[in-house]
Write a protein that binds this ligand. Sequence first.
Ligand SMILES: [Zn+2]
Length: 354
Amino acid sequence: MAGQSLILVRAEAPHFLVLITLDGVRTEELFGGLDQETYKAAAKSEAWESQETYKRFWAETPKKRREKLMPFFWREWMVDHGSVIGNRRQGSQMNLRNRHRFSYPGYSEILTGTARDKLITSNDKIQNPHPTLLEFLQSEWKLPKEQTGVFASWDTMEFIAEHSKGSLFINAGFQPYESIEPRVQWLSSLQFETTTPWNSVRHDAYTFAFCMDHIQRNLPRVLYLSLGETDDWAHDGRYDRVLENLERSDRYIQNLWEAYQSNPTTRDQTCFVLTTDHGRGDNPFNWMHHNDKLEGARHTWMAICSPNLEHRGEWHHHPEVYSDQIASTAAEILGVDFIDQHPEAGKPISFLLD
Ligand SMILES: [Zn+2]
């Protein structure tokens, strides 16, 4: 490089935020793909090795297994566009600050930047007692309702995502969705005919289809896609379905990314944040569960992709970070000061922003 001066110009802050959460996805699967002992224990069959799902996701090394499970995430996204925190084997630790280690407290910690252990103690449908990052951005950027879209498979997200009822555009759980597109309108009715084993969670396929329709029509500056099936299949002990759903989620993330990158307005103008609300048990006998007694249930992770961030790949050996830092980190990347109005929130993750 002799004779040349290298000037690094920091790109301006992006104008769009896409937040995606995958419910209760463990670091084990994200960073290591299919776990053989867990698969074997969950399969309840002597012939587990000949099952289709096992054959589809099994490979000799963790690296190959995770690439089979989430090919877009590992072979493209984290190679060319973003970085990921949470591989504990590499000395990268992200944890929940809240002590409950289930969904409402986890999502609220992500969205408000604060663990409120005494206020939020259940998954009951109560309005979030504090404003969220989504509402903060709506007010900072003076956005109409349609410009802050929330699409969730779990019905309770309607209460978690906003403090002021009705401020955001929310479609959550088994809820009709209005579209001018006949195909999407048909999907809206079909969701009620394709019920799931769980009353409060619809299939992610519908959530994703309605989300994409909303993007096409409104191109929201703030979008939150909250996928839910991974957690419910896990509670039911269906490890095969968890893996299949994770692979499908990877495809949804790819479709979202490509939709934003193919539109001149949003291309290289969007900050993507992908995370989870909690971990789960860390062995083949407790992986289905998550609660305040299980250490693994506090283990989380976060991937981030933004045109003004230069880091790529996996983080390793850094000071422990917490999920209550996600809101302020995202805001900082977007060039707005969340901490100023929410001084109790976790501080931005400094090494990400260097
Ligand atoms: Zn759960």
